[in-house]
Design a binder for this molecule. Structure first.
Ligand code: APR
Length: 307
C-alpha cells in the first residue's frame, strides 16, 4: 500500500491531506510538533470519509518514526508569511525547521520522493537536498503549478473563458522575480499575445507575480492554501500514476537554462522516478536576463545559509 506523509498539519498540510484522502492514493501520516493538532485533524478527516465516501487511513502523529518507509513525503512545516513580509523573510526560521524535518526523513524514509512546499521555496528545497543527501530527481519543490494556476485563472477571467482551456507558463524563482511567459501561454492553442494587448498582459503578469501577497494581505494572518494544496496533489498524482506530465516545479538545475547547482522553477517531466527530465523553453533575450536576476537572488540566499 502506498504511504504518503505530510509534515506540518497547518493550513497547507491539512488541506493537502484532505485532497489526498479524497483521491484514495494510499495511507497518509500527518505529522506536526504541536501535540494533538495532527491527531485531531486526522480523526476529523477519517470521519469525513464515511460521509464523502473514502476509506483512506489517516494517522496524526508527533512522532517522526511514523513516517517510516513513506513513498512520498511532503514538507509543509514552517512559518507562513504575515502581511508585508516577503517569502525571503522566512529564511532563518524555516531553514532550522527544514533541517530538523529532513534529518528525520533521511532516517525514516530514505527511499522517499520529497516534495518541499515551505518558503522561501527554492532555497528550502536546496536545504532538503543537502540534508537528505538524496538524488536531485527525488527532491523537488511545489511552486510553478501554483504560479501558473494563478496566471491561468487571471487569463480566464480576462477572456471570460473556461480555466480548463488555458495553458499558462511561469518559470524562475518562486518570489517577486518569477517569470510568467506570455508567448508560452495559450488558450486552446492560440498564444496569449494574439488574444490580449500588451498592457493587459502586463497587468496579468504583475498580478500573478504578487498573487501570493494579494492573498496574504486579504487574510491578514497566514497565506494561501487551497491552490497550493491542489498543486501538491497534481504532483503526487503524476508520480503515483507515473503520468509523466510536464509540470512546472522547482527542480535542481545542472546546466539547464544556463544555471548550475540551484533550485529553480522550470517545466519538468514528473513520473514514478520523480523528475524524469527538464524541458528547456525558447526565451527572449529580455527573459533570459530576467532569469539571471531571479537566479542571482536564490544564489545569494544559498551563500548566506552556507550549507
Ligand atoms: N515539524 C513538524 N511541523 C512543524 C515543525 C516541525 N519541526 N515546525 C513547525 N511545524 C508546523 C506548525 O506547528 C504548523 O502547524 O507547521 C505548520 C505550519 O502551518 P501554518 O502555520 O498553517 O502554515 P501553512 O499556511 O500551512 O504554510 C506552511 O508552506 O506555503 C508555505 O509559506 C508557507 O512556509 C509556509 C508553509
Amino acid at each position: 500500500m502506498t504511504k504518503i506523509s505530510v509534515i506540518g498539519a497547518g493550513n497547507v498540510g491539512a488541506t493537502t491531506v484532505q485532497r489526498l484522502a479524497e483521491m484514495e492514493f494510499g495511507n497518509i501520516v500527518l505529522v506536526d510538533i504541536v501535540e494533538g493538532l495532527p491527531q485531531g485533524k486526522a480523526l476529523d478527516l477519517m470521519q469525513a470519509g464515511s460521509i464523502v465516501g473514502y476509506d483512506t487511513k489517516i494517522k496524526g502523529s508527533n512522532d517522526y518514526a511514523d513516517i517510516v518507509d513513506s513513498d512520498i513525503v511532503i514538507i509543509t512545516a514552517g512559518a507562513a508569511r504575515k502581511p508585508g513580509m516577503s517569502r525571503a523573510d522566512l529564511i532563518n526560521i524555516n531553514t532550522k525547521i527544514m533541517k530538523d524535518v529532513c534529518e528525520k526523513i533521511k532516517q525514516y524514509a530514505p527511499k522517499s520522493i520529497v516534495i518541499a512546499v515551505t518558503n522561501p521555496l527554492d532555497v528550502m528545497t536546496y536545504v532538503a537536498l543537502k540534508v537528505t543527501g538524496f538524488e536531485p530527481n527525488r527532491v523537488f519543490g511545489m511552486s510553478g503549478i501554483l504560479d501558473t494556476g494563478r496566471f491561468a485563472s487571471f487569463i480566464a477571467d480576462e477572456l471570460a473563458c473556461s480555466k480548463r482551456d488555458v495553458e499558462a507558463m511561469v518559470i524562475g524563482g518562486h518570489g517577486d522575480q518569477m517569470l510568467p511567459l506570455p508567448q508560452h501561454s495559450s488558450v486552446f492553442g492560440t498564444p496569449l499575445p494574439e488574444l490580449l494587448g500588451e498592457n493587459v498582459i502586463a497587468g496579468l503578469v504583475e498580478r500573478t507575480i504578487h498573487g501570493g501577497a494579494e492573498i496574504v494581505a486579504l487574510l491578514k494572518q497566514g497565506s494561501a492554501f487551497y491552490a497550493p494544496s491542489a498543486a501538491i496533489v497534481q504532483m503526487v498524482e503524476s508520480i503515483l500514476r507515473d503520468e509523466k506530465r510536464i509540470l512546472p516545479v522547482s527542480a535542481y538545475l545542472e546546466g539547464e537554462y544556463g544555471q548550475k547547482g540551484i533550485y529553480f522553477g522550470v517545466p519538468a517531466k514528473i513520473g514514478c522516478d520523480g523528475i524524469e527530465g527538464i524541458i528547456e523553453l525558447e526565451l527572449t533575450e529580455e527573459q533570459k536576463q530576467a532569469l539571471k536576476e531571479s537566479s542571482a537572488s536564490i544564489k545569494g540566499s544559498i551563500e548566506y545559509l552556507n550549507i
